[in-house]
Write a protein that binds this ligand. Structure first.
Ligand code: DGJ
Length: 712
């Protein structure tokens, strides 16, 4: 049972996880204030850190923008407010008045603290929630607002949480940036003084930034140093603000919505923010990532311990040119290769022959599937594979029956241009009738065709985000859209417990802990070039586990980069996640099919390590020489080392790589060569990679711990 304890004399609350403590208390003004977050403490030790604020430096300072559990708008506060409201009389500001607290056990092994407040003047209730688990150092937080009055309140900003760091000599911020087909590019930069804003204003999580941050003192490495990190569980627009004050403090706040959007709160209405979880880890960025991976498996994903099947996806092979005969031919070859899940991508429905028409008309195209999808689904099942389908339920082409019938169903602003991106408009999922329509056809589609897997795509950002006919629609839609999206997925899952879902948004536009709590995997990028993918996977894996990271082997020259990469290298890169195949198998030579089948079989022998082991990044894509990752079994019984070297430089580093996660003193056999290695050597001195000569060198080394008697 994780511990939440309280000292009534000092007012301190102490939340303890297996390796860390988090301390806070309510100050003399009634505001919840941060005390400490780091290695474990007792209540008595935490009290030593609860130093009262010194005398005001000057009449210009006000309260520090770092150090409150949720900085509000009001009083002498001049930082970015995490809670900003406008009451019906037009006044703003919030003054904390504590009204109670409770501690409960929401699930075995978990404890939750709720601190309840209200505004001293207006009937607005605010609850801060903290949850800790006995198997994770991640602390989950969110905030609940309730309008307890009889007049509307406008919530201009409602962050989920604010997190404060201890004073450090320097601060560095790690995060990812990107764009379509170049998502998850890891950045590590000195945190500037002032406010650094990371955000999505697109209505989706976005390709351009992802809602997580890591902060360290600037000296953490992959294996050493303390790192504080946080991730937001939200799939719409969001904002994270990292702050660094001139007096040497830093912290970050995060929540749903971007600047300029607000949430109306009608009388009696409640608004629950998404979760903004955080963890403090020792052991560098590697340990921080492993903490997130373990937490995501233990507390986020719906089916974390299932073995993800090897998937085939038709998109790069056929584009929109999808028909029953062609899919049967691909399915037969995929099955022979060892594929376990066959997914028909875009192009199977309505008048969808390119991206200009048909989106929204979700009936199988009669000319290409004369008897519907069931015969193909039956054939795929007969071949021993599961059957998957691509869908994009939130979108419509103006050239579609759906749009002709319901032009009012899209996000739009009267009299303004409806901006098309990829020739499509966004259906207003905030409308209950639209969400119900989507749920209705989806649940029938799944039931009727034996669908085991949906690739749920979303291919454009919001524009003209209006909801005509509802006075508060343009404000409400940002959050209600996401809640209704979640609701449709939840209802589908309840109807079809066997259904598994992949989150896709033109690649990695919707990857976050919110969508991952109701899907099974994500498509990190439309860029399937193995060389580019190494960097994308590196950024993706900083927070999200390999168990969620779909990765396909596609054809060369790559459609996007026109680069030609050997098949083996492409496989070795994709094997670092959920291996899939996306090439046109009807054009693969017998040699390629044979090599592919061998590599698929090889992946199946090690995928339990990739999908459920602990990731150790042994050499990053920025280092000279090969990029190397290791997946180690949690009990140290096995490890997989994947290495990719794009270019060999004569005289470049060839040194061994030191492994992690092995059993001290044990010996390990390389399953391919039979060579036996000592853990002491692998851990302390390193494994020689023995990569083949030349460019595009890659290898997969599977090490299995010897039983005592084997080693005798
Ligand atoms: C974008 C996805 O990321 C691709 O994989 C593919 O499904 C296309 N959409 C289909 O339109």
């Amino acid at each position: 049972m994780p511990v939440i304890s309280h000292a009534p004399d000092t007012g301190i609350w102490l939340l303890s996880t297996p390796r860390t403590s988090y301390a806070l208390r309510i100050d003399a003004t009634g505001a919840p204030c941060h005390i400490a977050w780091g290695p474990r403490l007792t209540l008595e030790e935490a009290a030593e850190l609860a130093v009262p604020a010194g005398p005001d430096a000057s009449s210009f300072e006000g309260r520090s923008p770092v150090g409150e559990e949720l900085p509000v708008d009001g009083g002498a506060r001049f930082g970015p407010p995490s809670l900003q409201v406008r009451f019906a009389d037009g006044t703003r500001a919030f003054e904390w008045q504590p009204v109670g607290h409770d501690v409960r056990e929401p699930a075995p092994g978990a404890a939750e603290l709720s601190l309840r407040f209200r505004d001293r003047v207006h009937p607005l209730e605010v609850t801060l929630r903290y949850r800790v688990h006995d198997d994770s150092d991640v602390i989950e937080r969110h905030t609940v607002l309730r309008n307890a009055g009889d007049r509307s309140i406008t919530v201009l900003r409602a962050d989920s949480a604010a997190w404060s760091l201890p004073p450090l000599p320097d601060y560095r911020l790690s995060h990812v940036t990107g764009q379509w087909s170049a998502e998850s590019q890891l950045r590590r930069d000195r945190l500037p003084y002032g406010e650094t804003l990371l955000t999505s204003r697109r209505g989706i999580t976005s390709h351009h930034a992802n809602p997580w941050v890591m902060l360290d003192a600037g000296d953490a490495t992959e294996t050493h140093g303390r790192v504080w990190s946080a991730a937001l569980a939200w799939s719409g627009s969001w904002r994270i603000t990292a702050q660094r004050t001139p007096d040497g403090r830093a912290g970050f706040t995060g929540g749903a919505g971007h600047d300029g959007t607000s949430v109306p709160l009608a009388p009696g209405e409640e608004f629950t923010t998404p979760g903004f979880a955080a963890v403090c880890t020792d052991g560098g960025f590697g340990a921080a990532s492993r903490a997130w991976h373990a937490h995501t498996l233990a507390h986020v994903l719906p089916h974390p311990w299932e073995t993800a099947p090897v998937l085939y996806n038709s998109w790069e092979a056929t584009g929109f040119d999808v028909d029953e005969q062609g899919q049967r031919a691909l399915a037969a070859r995929a099955a022979a290769l060892g594929v376990e899940l066959y997914v028909v991508d875009d192009g199977w429905f309505g008048a969808r022959r390119d991206d200009r028409a048909g989106l929204g008309d979700w009936a199988p195209a009669a000319d290409r599937f004369p008897s519907g999808l069931a015969p193909l689904s039956d054939e795929v099942h007969r071949l021993g594979m599961r059957f998957g389908l691509w869908v994009e339920p939130e979108m419509v082409n103006p050239d579609s029956d759906l749009y002709r019938e319901h032009p009012d169903w899209v996000l739009h602003v009267p009299d303004r241009t409806r901006t098309e991106l990829r020739n499509q408009l966004v259906l207003n999922f905030a409308r209950q009738d639209v969400a119900d329509w989507a749920y209705d056809w989806l649940t029938r589609l799944v039931a009727k065709n034996g669908v085991d897997f949906l690739k749920w795509d979303m291919n454009r950002a919001f524009s003209e985000a209006g909801w005509p006919g509802r006075d508060d629609g343009a404000d409400r839609l940002w959050t209600r859209y996401v809640h209704n999206l979640y609701g449709v997925i939840d209802r589908l899952r309840a109807d079809h417990p066997q259904l598994r879902i992949e989150s896709c948004s033109g690649g990695g536009g919707r990857v976050d802990l919110g969508i991952l709590s109701r899907t099974d995997q994500a498509w990190p990028s439309d860029n399937t070039d193995a060389a580019d993918r190494v960097a994308i996977q590196h950024g993706y894996g900083q927070v999200y586990p390999a168990r969620t990271m779909a990765a396909w082997v596609t054809d060369v020259p790559n459609q996007l980069t026109h680069r030609t990469v050997p098949l083996r290298f492409r496989f070795h890169v994709a094997m670092a996640g959920l291996l899939g195949i996306g090439g046109d198998l009807t054009r693969w030579s017998e040699e390629e099919l044979a090599e592919g089948a061998e590599l698929v079989a090889g992946y199946k022998r090690v995928r339990h390590l990739v999908q459920h082991g602990a990731l150790h990044r042994l050499r990053g894509p920025g280092d000279e020489g090969p990029t190397v990752v290791e997946y180690a079994a949690h009990d140290g019984s096995e490890a997989l080392v994947l290495a990719w070297q794009r270019v060999q430089r004569h005289g470049g580093p060839r040194g061994p790589v030191r492994l992690g996660g092995l059993t001290p003193g044990a010996r390990y056999r390389d399953t391919r060569t039979g060579t036996v290695h000592h853990a002491t050597v692998l851990d302390g001195y390193g494994l020689s990679l023995d990569l083949p000569p030349g460019d595009w060198a890659s290898s997969a080394v599977h090490l299995v711990r010897l039983a005592e008697r084997d080693g005798a």
